[in-house]
Design a protein around this ligand. Structure first.
Ligand SMILES: *[C@@H]1O[C@H](CO)[C@@H](O)[C@H](O)[C@H]1NC(C)=O
Ligand SMILES: *[C@@H]1O[C@H](CO)[C@@H](O)[C@H](O)[C@H]1NC(C)=O
Ligand SMILES: *[C@@H]1O[C@H](CO)[C@@H](O)[C@H](O)[C@H]1NC(C)=O
Ligand SMILES: *[C@@H]1O[C@H](CO)[C@@H](O)[C@H](O)[C@H]1NC(C)=O
Ligand SMILES: *[C@@H]1O[C@H](CO)[C@@H](O)[C@H](O)[C@H]1NC(C)=O
Length: 276
């Protein structure tokens, strides 16, 4: 085997590996390593640089359908064809983890699913960003919860719920003790026990729908987004408890809003609910 031939084989091999790592469903998983990126806007590992940290994260800087976005009234098309959210969740064993950039509640067993346009997406985990990542008419809220679902083919669907400061959220109250256990520096993960996802309240039938991406590296695209229209409430203390996970100076774990690039954004409103 001469040099040229060896080089060619090496090239093909590398190409194959790159192809493999780019097509495996695991690339849609969110990155758990807290040290690799942060939310420091001017920093080396900040949102503007995520796409340069790893080749597999390039969508963070050159993707064309990134999340979050501003849900601007003028851009939104009101529709009724999407239908009510079809969710069938059930209680299942979960663990709570401080990932360094957020708190994540991860169901170990079958926690049920959401059905969107002919596809079933199983509920995997939920986590929180503060302040909110999506904005409505430019307004940012205090907290945003993401319920992350995945289909058997690795397609991702996220349901986002926004909160402003007010009365306590009953679901967060119910996991308060668990959150306190991992608020510090020692314990990173705790067994949360049986958690019922049906207790994560939505309180509205209206929702926004658009196609975007994960809001953390690798910023994988073609994520089906559902953002609940109603803004719910949490207390400052509840937000603070979810925020202790964020270790860098920015004290925020919200990615800045991204360009729409002409993407359609729909707002589902039931036919029998014309007002409010
Ligand atoms: C982004 O850039 C990377 C590396 O330069 C490239 O492999 C990838 O195809 C690009 N993605 C898009 C959506 O342009
Ligand atoms: C829940 O999960 C934890 C750790 O993953 C395990 O130790 C515990 O036995 C599980 N409990 C149930 C009821 O399955
Ligand atoms: C709701 O989802 C289930 C599967 O999860 C599906 O069988 C059913 O047809 C869906 N209902 C509607 C009205 O789409
Ligand atoms: C629903 O799924 C069909 C078939 O996969 C696709 O052609 C269509 O664009 C989807 N509709 C929406 C609103 O996502
Ligand atoms: C974290 O937990 C410790 C011990 O339970 C408690 O003293 C402290 O106030 C908690 N911090 C927050 C921000 O809740």
């Amino acid at each position: 085997m001469d040099f040229k031939q060896a080089f060619r084989q090496l090239f093909l091999f590398t190409f194959f590996i790159v192809l493999l790592t780019n097509t495996l469903p695991t690339t849609s998983q969110e990155v758990d390593d807290e040290e690799e990126f942060n939310y420091d806007l001017d920093g080396e590992k900040g949102p503007a640089k995520w796409g340069e940290i790893h080749h597999e994260w390039s969508a963070c800087s050159n993707g064309s359908m990134q999340s979050p976005i501003d849900l601007l009234n003028q851009r939104v098309q009101i529709v009724s064809h999407l239908g009510r959210l079809n969710r069938s969740y059930k209680p299942s064993n979960a663990t709570l983890r401080n990932r360094g950039h957020d708190m994540m509640l991860k169901w170990e067993g079958d926690a049920g699913r959401i059905h969107i346009n002919g596809t079933d997406y199983a509920l995997k985990q939920c986590h929180w960003h503060s302040p909110s990542e999506h904005t409505i008419n430019g307004r940012r809220f205090d907290l945003e919860g993401h319920m992350v679902h995945e289909s058997s083919e690795g397609k991702v669907a996220v349901v986002g719920i926004m909160y402003k400061i007010g009365r306590p959220d009953s679901f967060l109250s119910s996991i308060l003790d668990r959150l306190q256990e991992i608020n510090g520096t020692e314990e990173k993960e705790t067994i949360a026990g049986i958690i019922d996802p049906r207790q994560i309240k939505i309180g509205s039938r209206k929702y926004y729908r658009y196609i975007g991406s994960l809001t953390v590296p690798p910023c994988t695209e073609n994520v089906v987004w559902t953002i609940v229209r109603k803004v719910r409430t949490v207390t400052r203390q509840q937000v603070r408890l979810l925020r202790v996970a964020v270790h860098d100076e920015s004290d925020s774990n919200a990615r800045p809003t991204q360009a729409i690039n002409g993407r359609p954004v729909e707002l589902y409103r039931p036919k029998d609910e014309e007002d409010n």
